[in-house]
Design a protein. Sequence first.
Length: 443
Amino acid sequence: MRVPWRVQTWWRDRSLARWRDARLASWQPLAGTVETGRLLALGDCNLADETGAEAAGRGRAGILGPLLRVADACTLVTANLESMLAAHGGRNGKTGSFLRARPDAVRAFEGGPPAVVTCANNHCMDHGAAALLECLSHLDRHGVRAAGAGATPAEADAAAVAVAGGVRIGFLGRCDDFRMQPGELARATPARLDPDALLAAVAALEREVDLVVVHLHMGYEFELHPLLHHRDLARACARAGADLVLVHHAHVPMGVEPWGRGLIAHGLGNACGPMDRYMRDGHPWTDRSCLLEVGFGPKGLTRYRLHPTRTDASGCMALPDPPEAARLLGGIARMSRRLADDRLLARITQARFGREGRGHLLALAQAHGRDADAFGEIAASLCAPRQETLLAHLDGLAPDAARLLRRVRDEGISAWHEGSFEAIRAPLDALDPPGRLPPGSVP
């Protein structure tokens, strides 16, 4: 059934406002018994100048605002650094958005508990290998450990290790999408998400440290639920030995679930960053987030709780009012319960891959004959792990589309001809009718 867009929006906004539950703001017990420290996990941190209030110059007190007291009470802080800290570097492409922050934005991590960040994300190569390496150098000089990127694949895959509360904690970072420029990747690279290799790395790291934290930058923007295989991968990490799995990229908060001996946060939303039109139009909750506080000891995690936040007009953190916080926590509680619904997540996954497949084909059709460089960028992006997974799923959903996208990936613009997109538009539209309510819109 096709639902008018205005009805979809009304339904979504009404649903987001219905659920109120503040229980996740209280400590929830986990398996560990002895607590020697507390870790604070933030979502996506975009410290770019576009925050509008020069967040880079305001330091951690300006970024964290009223949440500073929460951070100062913790032993260790970790986050996804969405914008590389670099003074130089031109845009590494023509399509999409390009994020970069000034080097002095490193102040956001100074003056408080030790910090460990992951640089494995879809924006780490926005300004090329030189900017990524410069960022890693700035972080190192200021005592901020970084995982998920390096001058070589081996460096990128290696763990960052921190000692806090008398506990050795190893951090791994992986991402499933980034700008694919072969010459640049020879000089610096993020850690690619290879599920089998990741699980082996988690198991190996677990034998070397007391606790393992895995940062995964994967999935799609503005989805309130993980794709089924992403939920399963996060759970597999916990089974392999990860104590805490932190997933990023959706820009909206998602469900949280204890799993085995560990804890999985499937999305914490935007910790800080500019609320530009793209973000505001993407979803009503892009300015909503949660800080995840976790107690830990040498034998595992002891407890956790969520601190609701919102992003103010300057791109920094602020406190929501109590009803707003209860609505956010209620939505997260509902999404957490839905993590057990395999059929729902499978339907969401199929619909998402249908939209993504059509989106790639439409972008190629628009670039064809107008901008060969943009066409080449889109074609090269199909080599990223996320798109490889997409093509594998399209083999069963829309095989003609999968074959065409693979030809474009392997042969470039020569594989495209007039009518390529039109020839397969109907089966793609049937997979995901434009008028249907997007599954990620309602918690």
